[in-house]
Ligand binder design. Structure first.
Ligand code: NAD
Length: 362
């Protein structure tokens, strides 16, 4: 099996996959020296370990400010990323970012219950927004965020990094081309064991729980492989540890029906490790496992394996969004409307679990 190399330039990657009618070549990007400025809001794990390092690898955007409620983090960030005092905000003075013309995009990387507030404040400050997944606590909040985006005439994007990952892009291509015939069935699962009993991910008011945190990747996977929107869901919730998971879901197993008749069987867990995407079509199957990680991802079909070099998903995602803003090149399904669609499905899944597994029409 030969591993295919993908360079971290978004245009090369997408062009190589032939999935985008890109009108600009690499030369264009090199010549177009303007870079967009990004402000990261919330300096937790994802910002520290993934997004800020990725912003050292991006071509057309860079880190130009941070927003934190923890002053002790500031010296390290200033030193590592060369930030000046005026590039450091806290949650109170964040709104003054309106006066900072170096910032084009605010990236909200906070616990889920804070997504709506900071997204709307960023729009009021006249910035584009990338908000982490899940877009909001529910579809009503997501709709408010989209309304705020339209009112400000600024773009809203979601942190859906896998739309820029080659194994997922190749799987979508195989599905669209019906390489193995029509899709009849999807199976997917994403889960891990939550260790820290004090994390906000186990608290309801923060929008915790497995479905909101990692189950959303499985919803996404089913939607972008089948290429349709589900028309109904049936979901059941199970708890093996009623103390740890007193407030939020530990394990949800749900089924989605699609207009073509395709069915998706999905699992999410905060107690066990699972990480796969499987598409069953008339004449063969496609499988990605591990599927949703930042690290090594592997793809197989019933006939052959496909393997691409690991990319920096976060760098490609942020460059893709910047290319949309700067040059009008379409981004890949990372808009606020995608986030809203998933929130509507999540609402329906919770409605179904609350009713003990009744079918909910979306
Ligand atoms: P984290 O707990 O590591 O960081 C959260 C940050 O928010 C911390 O800096 C914390 O200080 C700050 N914060 C501010 N007010 C807080 C409050 N009241 N309670 C708790 N923390 C508060 O979380 P994380 O893993 O960085 O996740 C942040 C967001 O990023 C979440 O929405 C999560 O779903 C998302 N995320 C996305 C990916 C991805 O692959 N796209 C991966 C990880 C996390």
């Amino acid at each position: 099996m030969k591993r295919r190399k993908f360079n971290t330039n978004i245009l090369t990657t997408l062009g190589a996959l032939g999935i985008s009618n890109l009108s600009f070549g690499n030369e264009f990007l090199k010549k177009n020296s303007k870079k967009l400025g990004i402000a990261l809001v919330g300096l937790g794990n994802y910002s520290t370990r993934r997004l800020a390092p990725a912003l050292l690898e991006t071509s057309i955007c860079e880190l130009r400010a941070v927003v934190t409620g923890t002053p002790s983090k500031i010296p390290k960030w200033k030193k590592k990323y060369g930030l000046k005092d005026y590039q450091v905000y806290n949650y109170k003075n964040f709104d003054s970012i309106v006066n900072n013309s170096e910032i084009d995009i605010v990236y909200v990387v906070l616990p889920n219950n804070m997504h709506k507030e900071f997204t709307i404040r960023a729009f009021k400050a006249n910035k584009h927004v990338i908000c982490e997944k899940p877009l909001a606590l529910n579809s009503k909040e997501a709709e408010e965020m989209i309304t705020a985006s339209k009112k400000a005439n600024k773009e809203l994007y979601v942190g859906y990094r896998l739309h820029y990952e080659p194994h997922h892009l190749e799987t979508v291509r195989l599905c669209r081309d019906e390489a193995f015939g029509k899709i009849k069935h999807f199976e997917g699962g994403f889960g891990f064991r939550v260790g820290n009993p004090n994390t906000w991910r186990l608290k309801k008011q923060y929008g915790g729980g497995a479905l909101m945190d990692v189950g959303i990747y499985v919803i996404q996977g089913a939607r972008y492989t089948i290429g349709e929107e589900p028309i109904s869901v049936t979901a059941r919730e199970y708890k093996s540890d009623k103390i740890k998971f007193k407030e939020v879901d530990e394990l949800i197993i749900w089924q989605m029906e699609f207009p073509s008749g395709a069915i998706a069987n999905c699992t999410t867990s905060f107690a066990a490790s699972t990480n796969h995407l499987f598409v069953a079509a008339e004449k063969g199957f496609i499988r990605i496992s591990p599927s949703y990680t930042y690290g090594k991802i592997s793809g197989y079909t019933s006939k052959y394996a496909f393997d691409f070099e690991q990319v920096n998903q976060q760098a490609l995602h942020m460059d893709g969004i910047s290319n949309h803003i700067l040059n009008g090149v379409p981004h890949i399904n990372t808009g606020g409307d995608e986030g809203l669609k998933d929130m509507r499905i999540i609402d329906a899944i919770f409605k179904s679990t609350a009713s003990g597994g009744r079918k909910v029409v979306i």
